[in-house]
Design a protein around this ligand. Structure first.
Ligand SMILES: Cc1ncc(COP(=O)(O)O)c(C=O)c1O
Length: 386
């Protein structure tokens, strides 16, 4: 399906709302039925009906249709946050007594879901180094139901070979889920590699303005309707119509923003690679990266995240570098207009303890929509401080 069509027309029926260019926000909890028969019909097929906004809402549907199309999926279901989408997708695939193989070092709350939440309900999880699909194979047990990926994964951006792991899952009769937030639906489409469910934190690139939160799960109609009837309706982590509208607005400019971010990031990384105060850059799109070929094979382009390792473990110097940056905000998340850093050193406590598996000299960067020179000059002056 044509990208321009998806972003500008798909799911929009302007005749229904005075030919307004921007879609309406149907800010309603309830939809009235005209007859008992009509209500009966809606209850029979609530997954496809407008009966109650904790089920479906037309503004939210518009977003779901566009995101499903962007991922090449049959259907999609929207949530109030990315982690709500991750949790619902994972819960939909397992029962007590089942086992999951999950990529090591996923997003922090996904890690909590896997290692603290699911074990309370009798689901076991094995975390593996995802850079070699063989590690997934070795971890599979007779009760393994799900192989979970996040590629590239958080902070150090290791890739998993999506096609190889999806093929392994099919061979072993397991399902697959991937968190595709890093790449955005423009730069990587895991369904084409055989993945069953694709999840995004829409809070990131899809929203793109750091002003709203949301999540989406994309997959077959059968799998998505199953999530609707179980996790979605009972846990109730729905996306509000207003947030869906903000995400629709974000989607209109997604290709322009992604291209700009990609180009600026390439320039900033190229400059950083020449700096002698930096020991290493975690960025799969550098030709020297061990997974460069895989990155080129399964992703269409680089995005705005990378991590640097400063050539010092001195916490005062690391703090000074980060505190000296003027144009990078220090914050969680990424994908908005503003450039950000997230230092691992933030896990260092005042009593000298360090509560992270990440090396303390790592600083994660996200490049936003500012110009490359503006950002490079800022990093240059901050590096001079150490
Ligand atoms: C890779 C990844 N997945 C999921 C999430 C969770 O998304 P949200 O914050 O929208 O719940 C995040 C948040 O930072 C993330 O980085």
């Amino acid at each position: 399906m044509d990208l321009s069509y998806i972003l500008n027309e798909l799911g929009e029926d302007r005749e229904l709302y005075y030919c307004a260019v921007a879609p309406p926000i149907l800010q309603t909890s309830n939809f009235a039925c005209r007859t008992v028969d009509e209500m009966r019909e809606m209850l029979r097929n609530e997954a496809e009906a407008y009966l109650y906004t904790r089920g479906n809402n037309p503004t939210v549907t518009m977003l779901e249709k566009k995101l499903a199309a962007l991922e090449g999926a049959e259907h999609a279901i929207a949530f109030g946050s990315g982690i709500a989408a991750v949790s619902a997708a994972v819960l939909s695939q397992v029962n007590a007594g089942d086992h999951i193989v999950c990529v090591d070092k996923p997003y922090g709350w996904t890690n909590t879901l896997m290692n603290r939440f699911l074990p309370r309900f009798g689901v076991e999880v094995t975390m593996v180094d995802g850079t070699d699909p063989e590690n997934y194979r070795q971890a599979i047990r007779p009760n393994t139901k799900l192989l979970y990926m996040e590629s590239p994964n958080s902070f150090t951006f290791e890739l998993q070979d999506i096609a190889a792991i999806a093929a392994l899952a099919k061979e072993q009769g397991c399902s697959t889920i991937i968190d595709n937030s890093f790449a955005s639906p423009l730069f990587q489409n895991p369904i084409q590699f055989g993945v069953d469910l694709v999840v995004h934190s829409c809070t990131k690139y899809i929203g793109g303005h750091s002003d709203t939160m949301g999540g989406i799960v994309c997959g077959s109609r059968e799998r998505i309707n199953k999530i609707f009837e179980r996790e979605y309706m009972t846990l109730g982590a729905v996306l509000s119509p207003h947030d869906a509208w903000l995400l629709l607005r974000g989607l209109r400019t997604l290709p322009v923003r992604m291209e700009h971010v990609a180009e600026t990031t390439r320039k900033v990384v190229a400059w950083l690679e020449k700096q002698d105060k930096i020991a290493k850059i975690f960025y799969p799109f550098s030709p020297s990266h061990p997974q460069y070929e895989l990155a080129r094979r399964q992703m269409r382009n680089n995005t705005g995240q990378f991590t640097i390792a400063l050539k010092t473990d001195d916490i005062r110097k690391i703090d000074r570098f980060c505190d000296s940056l003027q144009h990078f905000l220090m914050a969680a998340s990424w994908g908005g207009h503003e450039s950000l850093i997230y230092p691992a050193a933030a896990y260092h406590t005042p009593d000298g303890k360090y509560k992270s598996k990440l090396a303390v000299n790592l600083v994660r960067f996200y490049i936003g929509l500012e110009e490359a020179d503006y950002l490079i000059q800022d990093i240059e002056q901050a590096l001079r401080m150490i």
